[in-house]
Design a protein around this ligand. Structure first.
Ligand code: AMX
Length: 475
């Protein structure tokens, strides 16, 4: 079966390459960055000179053991997360971004490539700039034949996220950064080829992701990029969907999953690996391996697995609050987490959850699975509070996304994290361009052994805390 499918796409490889090999269109984004970067470099240089000595926090032993929660040790320019309010993209909340970012003609949701422009420059692009960026991405979308062949050879048993990470790592053959570095480029110019690789990679991701989808769940055939369509519309078309409402959902989905400041596993991995001057392909592939973890991006798959298993056991009937509460407790008592709830930083409902809920209320208010998700929203926070462990009992982005995808016929839940990954590229790569522009060095925090920490405590003469519970890290 797979070999037939593989053949069907492999035959298209030359066509894929031909269709997109025209001279890349230019959007003006790089030129704008070339104007902005020297000013920001100067601003950071002066700021560090004047205030570099100022302490912005201290680290407790609990924080060192506890996943470094709350430690202030990163600078990340593209977005900032507030524990109560949620994410702001270059200062804009999700509702604000939804309002001001350019839309497709007749559309109501923002175009994610417009958000990329905002993340990269700090400026809301015009409709023309966004359209030009859509065209620039379309012109950079071609895949080398060896990557097409590689994707087609993946066994159907290989998880889509592993396929994505492996395909992106293989795209490294195209890296302009790696070539420039090998040729001895001046470090002041690193950001230029990081930009080139980032744009190329963002352009190619919809085809890579759609090939994985079509190979695993459809007949392996794939359409062609339309240079007149936006990034999301092209992706939806490559996936094989033609419902305009689904395209709108994807525009929203690919916008809200882009960026969540710098400390989350995927963003931080891209930063860390990139700090070794690994090129953007390798850095992003590493980030995708992190996103594939169930406590991070894979939670969107876990939520749907959990929900549909439960819904099936009900035989499609509605469930009482009592029965649903029992199920939630059962999950907790068996030592598992309720997927889609809790967060390492957020302490309120994730606005990425809220905007998806609003989309559902507008477009699919009577969907049975959506009703179940709404019922969970009513019950889970109180139960988590009663259990008394989770610092944040509220839903995160992943509690909602799968329900929307299922409604439009994308029921292959193992695939959901790939969509998250395609979107995340916009945030982490915009940030990586800035890492190179600002000359961020190799990341290398100091680690300690327990023995060493005991020596430090002894030397400081600190008395042990009274009571059974260690003091929690403040995040
Ligand atoms: N269900 C059950 N228990 C939970 C929980 C949940 N949803 N969220 C947190 N807890 C538990 C933790 O497992 C931990 O238990 P322990 O003391 O036995 O180890 C305790 O509560 C304290 O954890 P915390 O400080 O509140 O959370 P954290 O910062 O350590 O972890 C997160 C954050 C997201 C990993 C956690 O809330 C979780 O596992 N949630 C479910 C998985 C999920 O939805 N992940 C997606 C997050 C968003 C994303 O990255 N895409």
């Amino acid at each position: 079966m797979l070999s037939r499918l593989s053949l069907s796409v492999a035959r298209q490889a030359p066509a894929l390459a031909r269709a997109y090999s025209a001279k890349p269109a230019t959007s003006g984004l790089k030129e704008r960055l070339r104007e902005i970067i020297p000013k920001k470099q100067e601003e950071v240089k002066t700021f560090r000179k004047e205030y570099g000595h100022v302490k912005i926090g201290e680290v407790t032993i609990d924080q060192a053991y506890g996943g470094m929660r709350g430690i202030k040790g990163l600078v990340y320019e593209t977005s900032l997360l507030d524990a109560d309010e949620g994410i702001r993209f270059r200062g804009l909340s999700i509702p604000e971004a939804q309002k001001v970012l350019p839309k497709a003609p007749g559309g109501a949701e923002p175009l994610p490539e417009g958000l990329f422009w905002l993340l990269a420059t700090g400026e809301v692009p015009t409709a023309e700039q966004t359209k030009a960026l859509s065209a620039e991405l379309a012109s950079r979308a071609s895949l080398p034949a060896h990557v097409v062949n590689l994707i087609n050879k993946f066994p159907a048993t290989l998880h889509p996220m592993s396929q994505l990470a492996a395909a992106v790592a293989a795209l490294q053959s195209e890296s302009k950064f790696a070539k420039a570095y090998a040729a001895g480029v001046n470090k002041a110019e690193y950001w230029d080829t990081t930009y080139e690789d980032s744009l190329d990679l963002i352009a190619k991701l919809p085809i890579v992701a759609a090939m994985i989808y079509r190979n695993l769940y459809r007949d392996g055939s794939i359409g062609a990029i339309d240079p007149n369509k936006d990034w999301s519309a092209n992706f939806v078309q490559l996936l094989g969907y033609d419902n305009p409402q689904f395209t709108e959902l994807m525009r929203l989905y690919l916008t809200i999953h882009t960026d969540h400041e710098g400390g989350n596993v995927s963003a931080h991995t891209v930063r860390l690996v990139g700090s070794a001057l690994s090129d953007p392909y390798l850095s992003f592939a590493a980030g995708m391996c992190g996103l594939a973890g169930p406590l991070h991006g894979l939670a969107n798959q876990e939520v749907l697995v959990w929900l549909t298993k439960f819904q099936k056991s009900l035989g499609g009937k509605e469930v009482s609050d009592e029965r649903l509460s029992e199920e939630i407790w059962k999950t907790l008592k068996s030592g598992q987490v309720v997927p889609g709830y809790g967060h390492a930083v957020l302490r309120k409902t994730d606005p990425r959850y809220t905007c998806q809920r609003e989309f559902a209320l507008k477009h699919l208010p009577n969907d049975p699975l959506f009703k179940l998700v709404g019922q969970l929203y009513k019950l889970v926070p109180d139960i988590l509070l009663k259990q008394g462990k989770a610092k944040n009992p509220w839903p995160n982005v992943d509690a909602h996304s799968g329900v929307l995808l299922t409604h439009y016929g994308m029921t292959e839940m193992n695939y959901y994290t790939v969509l998250f990954g395609v979107s995340r590229a916009l945030g982490v790569l915009a940030s990586l361009i800035w890492d190179r522009a600002l000359g961020f060095p190799l990341e290398r925090p100091k680690s300690h052994t327990t023995e060493d920490l005991k020596k430090i405590v002894k030397k400081m003469g600190v008395e042990p805390a009274k009571g059974d519970k260690p003091v929690a890290a403040d995040d």
